[in-house]
Design a protein around this ligand. Structure first.
Ligand SMILES: Nc1ncnc2c1ncn2[C@@H]1O[C@H](COP(=O)(O)OP(=O)(O)O)[C@@H](O)[C@H]1O
Ligand SMILES: [Mg+2]
Length: 263
C-alpha cells in the first residue's frame, strides 16, 4: 500500500457514490519548476484529493499557480516531483501515448475562451469530444445529442457557434467536456468571458451537472464565484493555503489537505 493513500477514517462527511472507488484525482506533494536561471517554482508542494461527485473551486490571485495546477491535474504537463493519480492511475506509470489516452478517457476541459470550431456544427463540436475515445461517428453524434440535452441546447444541434451567444457557446463547450463521461471536468475561468448574469447561469448549470454525478473543478481568481461552490481550495505562491468544505446545511467545516497515516 502506498503511503499517499488517504486514511479513510479521516475522510470527512459522506461522499455519494464513493463506495471504495478511487478518488477522481489525487495530487501528492506536487512541485513544478520552470526554467533554471533562475528557476520559477510555480508549485511548491501541493497535495489535494478530489473525490468522485465533488464540485469545487481552486481560487487564488494571478500568478499563484492556478494554470500550472490545472495543467498538472489535467496531465497536460508532468510534475517536476510528486505524484498525480487520475481515477486511481498513476500518471508517472504512463508514456506520452498512454497519457493522451488517459486524458481522452478521464478528463474534460472547459476554457474561458470556449475553443469551439466555428465552421463545425454545434453537434459536431460536441461529438469531437469523443474523437480519441475510439467511438464510431454515429455513436459519437448520438452521445453528443444527449450531452446537448443535458446543457439545454438540444434544439441548437445544427447551429454554428458563431450564431450563438457567449453563454450558449460555453454550454456547448461544457457538453463537449462531458460527452465522454470523464472522471473529472476541469474548468479554467469558465465565466471569465461572460457577463455576470450569464456567468451565474453557467455556475447553476455546473451545479445541476454535479447533482447528476459529474465531478467538477473550477479554477478561478474570483472569490465570489468560488464561494458559490461547495468546496474552496485557496492557493497562493504555489501552495494551498486553505481547504474548506461546506455540508448540506451550509455549515462550514475544514478538511485536511494532507492526511498523515498513523497506526
Ligand atoms: N511555461 C512557463 N515558463 C516559465 N514560467 C512560468 C510558465 N508558466 C507559468 N510560469 C510562472 O509560474 C507562476 C505561476 O503561473 P500560473 O500558473 O500561470 O499562475 P496563475 O494561473 O495563478 O496566474 C508565475 O510566476 C508564472 O510566471
Ligand atoms: Mg492562469
Amino acid at each position: 500500500m502506498r503511503p499517499m493513500r488517504r486514511n479513510r477514517a479521516a475522510a470527512v462527511g459522506p461522499v455519494p457514490g464513493d463506495g471504495g472507488a478511487p478518488p477522481a484525482l489525487e495530487l501528492a506533494a506536487v512541485t513544478k519548476t520552470y526554467g533554471e536561471q533562475p528557476p520559477v517554482r510555480a508549485l511548491r508542494g501541493v497535495s489535494l484529493t478530489v473525490r468522485k461527485g465533488e464540485l469545487m473551486a481552486i481560487v487564488g490571485p494571478s500568478g499563484s499557480g492556478k494554470t500550472t495546477l490545472l495543467h498538472v491535474m489535467g496531465t497536460l504537463e508532468r510534475p517536476t516531483t510528486g505524484a498525480v493519480r487520475i481515477d486511481g492511475v498513476d500518471v508517472d506509470s504512463l508514456d506520452d501515448r498512454g497519457l493522451s489516452a488517459l486524458r481522452a478517457r478521464s478528463i474534460g476541459f472547459v476554457f474561458q475562451q470556449f475553443f469551439l470550431a466555428e465552421h463545425s456544427t454545434v453537434l459536431d463540436n460536441v461529438a469531437d469530444g469523443l474523437l480519441y475515445a475510439g467511438v464510431e461517428v454515429r455513436e459519437r453524434r448520438r452521445r453528443a445529442t444527449e450531452a446537448l440535452a443535458r446543457v439545454g441546447l438540444e434544439q441548437r444541434a445544427s447551429s454554428r457557434p458563431t450564431q450563438m451567444s457567449g453563454g450558449q457557446r460555453q454550454r456547448v463547450a461544457i457538453a463537449r467536456a462531458l460527452v465522454g463521461r470523464p472522471a473529472i471536468v476541469l474548468a479554467d475561468e469558465p465565466t471569465g468571458n461572460l457577463d455576470s448574469a450569464t456567468g451565474a447561469s453557467i455556475i447553476e448549470l455546473l451545479h445541476e451537472l454535479n447533482a447528476e454525478g459529474a465531478t467538477i473543478v473550477v479554477i478561478t481568481h474570483d472569490a465570489e464565484l468560488a464561494a458559490r461552490l461547495p468546496r474552496q481550495v485557496h492557493v497562493r505562491d504555489g501552495l494551498i493555503t486553505s481547504d474548506s468544505t461546506r455540508t448540506g446545511d451550509g455549515e462550514t467545516g475544514r478538511i485536511p489537505t494532507r492526511v498523515e497515516t498513523r497506526s
